[in-house]
Structures are given as C-alpha cells and as structure tokens.
Design a protein around this ligand. Structure first.
Ligand SMILES: C[S@@+](CC[C@H](N)C(=O)[O-])C[C@H]1O[C@@H](n2cnc3c(N)ncnc32)[C@H](O)[C@@H]1O
Length: 300
C-alpha cells in the first residue's frame, strides 16, 4: 500500500520532519509530495493525504485522461513538473468547479482524487484523499470591508473544515482576540462573544451586538468565573506548551463544548507539543491553507 502526503506551499520541511518522527518510510519526494510505503499515518502538516496510490504507465495524453476517468469523475491536478503535458491531460478530464466559497458553507461531499505526473509517461494517482479541496487549498470570496484584518479567513476555514459553526445566541470565548477579526466573524453569525485580549480591540468590532470586551490576560481567566461556553477559540500569540496548559485547564472544567485553537510556532517547529495536542482524546490537529507557521486544534 502506498500513501502520499502533500505539504502546503512553504511547509515541506515541517511535513518531512513530522513524517520522520512518525517513522514513515518515504520512498520518494516529488517536490511537495512525499510518497511513502504503508497505510496513512496522522500528519498534521499534510495539506492533503493521498490514500492507496497507484502508479500507471501512460503512453499518451489521451490514455492518461482515460485511466483517470476509469477510476472516477473528479480529479485535482498537482503538477510541479511536466506542467504542459499535465495541463493537456487536465483539459480532457471532466470540469471540477474551483469557484471560491461563500462563507458559511458545507464542505463539498463529492469524492475528489489527486494526480500528478512523476515522469511524462508515468501517472501517479489516488482516488481517495483526505481533503475535499484541490490540494487542500480552501479559497473564499473575501470580505474586504467588514473585518479589521485578514485573520477572519483562518477562522472561516477552520469552521468550514470543522463542519459546523456557532449559531445565533451561542456563547463564545475568543482568547487573544485583538484587533477582532475572529470576534467579527462570530458576532456576524449572531453568537454572543466574550473577547479577551490585553491589546485594544478595533472600535467597530467592540461595538457589535453581542460582543463583550475584557482587557485581561487569557491565562488569568478562571473557567468558573466565565461559566459554560459553547465554543472556546484561541489565537493567542504564545508558545504551544503554554496553550496546551490553558486548553487542559478548560477541558478539565467540562464547561466548553468545542475548541478551535491556533498553535503558533516560532523558529523550530515544536513537534512534541503538536503531538501532545493530537493525543487529547477527540482532538484533530491540522495545518490549514490560511495558517502560517501554525497548526489548528479542533476538539469537541
Ligand atoms: C494573532 S493576534 C490575534 C488576532 C485575532 N484572532 C483577530 O482575529 O484579530 C494574537 C493576539 O494574542 C494576544 N495575546 C498575547 N498574549 C495574550 C494574553 N496573555 N492574553 C490575551 N491575549 C494575548 C495579542 O495581544 C494579540 O492581539
């Protein structure tokens, strides 16, 4: 069995380190794609995981397109090499919509395979992939007027990947909230938001209906003083090990239904802390398309 792991642009080193730590047998690297022997391992830094890959000799552009169509309808191309030939094959495949998403939206459910050309006459493909988005890239119709910064895109993506989002009247705690991109998203969904940051918020966001601002350290906040919340969000700029202690505290309080938190790395990636987040029962840790040197924790 062969599994391939595609890193997001600029994050191949992080994925390679993670695969090494997991003991994956990398048999070849095709730019950002790591091809490994064996079944899929957990790989937070993979933008997309290609399951049960097949390698097929293809004599012509037509036979390559036919081979893919014989497997299934929908395909995403990854073409770091042999671009022209790959583009000609893609032209002969059924059209797959790449329209930007309008938030909020459910994730696509149609199976989306991935393929590449290892050589002009060697096709490498997987009908089943971990991401429903081409190469794991989630593209939105942007809101260029409402939010005070671009951080809202990271939360939009997290909520779409999570598959649900706060409803009207749900209680949200937004830790590390300034200037307020995430709070803007949550308040726009009709949620009640307690936004916590030592830095001042954007005035327009602080004035939105349902927003309560607290200018204190998120680490000083005790769960009992806040009470039950439907969602805890954190985008605090801090070391992952410190965030882990904060998540452990709130998780142990049993006052939070859902967590979405950004793990931020400075310098070398702290794979040990990332693995500790992933080991929390029910947790998933992913690198999102809109993440920088960051991972996102999902826990419910
Ligand atoms: C990347 S920014 C958050 C951006 C925010 N999510 C948004 O959408 O606008 C990180 C924030 O963490 C905040 N922060 C750092 N240490 C904190 C602490 N101890 N308590 C609360 N916030 C903190 C910083 O002040 C900063 O505003």
């Amino acid at each position: 069995m062969t599994t391939a792991y595609l890193a997001a642009d600029g994050f191949a080193d992080q994925l390679q380190e993670e695969l090494q730590r997991a003991g994956a047998a990398v048999i070849r690297q095709h730019e950002r794609l790591f091809v490994c022997d064996g079944p899929a391992l957990t790989a937070a830094w993979a933008a997309n995981i290609w399951h049960d890959c097949v390698e097929l000799p293809v004599a012509s552009i037509g036979s390559a397109a036919r081979a893919l169509r014989d497997i299934q309808r929908n395909w995403a191309m990854y073409a770091p090499l042999h671009h022209r030939r790959a583009a000609l094959i893609e032209e002969r495949l059924p059209h797959v919509s790449a329209k930007p998403i309008v938030f909020p939206a459910a994730t696509p459910t149609a199976p989306l395979g991935s393929w590449t050309l290892l050589a002009p006459d060697r096709l490498f493909a997987a009908g089943r992939c971990s991401s429903p988005f081409a190469n794991g890239e989630v593209v939105f119709v942007e809101d260029k007027t409402g939010p005070p910064n671009r951080a809202y895109l990271k939360l939009w993506e997290a909520l779409v990947r999570f598959g649900h989002w706060p409803g009207a009247g749900e209680r949200c705690l937004d830790l590390g909230a300034s200037p307020g991109g995430w709070t803007y998203v949550l308040a726009s969904l009709g949620a009640d938001v307690i936004a916590v940051d030592k830095a001042p918020p954007d005035r327009r966001v602080a004035a939105m209906a349902g927003v309560e601002w607290r200018g204190v350290s998120a680490f000083a906040l005790e769960p009992a003083t806040v009470g039950p919340v439907d969602w805890l969000f954190s985008d605090i700029a801090c070391y992952p090990a410190r965030l882990l202690r904060l998540v452990d505290k709130w998780h142990a309080s049993e006052l939070v239904r859902n967590f979405i938190c950004t793990l931020k790395f400075q310098g070398a990636t702290d794979h040990e802390s990332a693995a500790a987040f992933g080991a929390i029962p029910g947790a998933r840790v992913l690198h999102l398309h809109h993440n920088k040197h960051e991972l996102t924790l999902f826990l419910c």
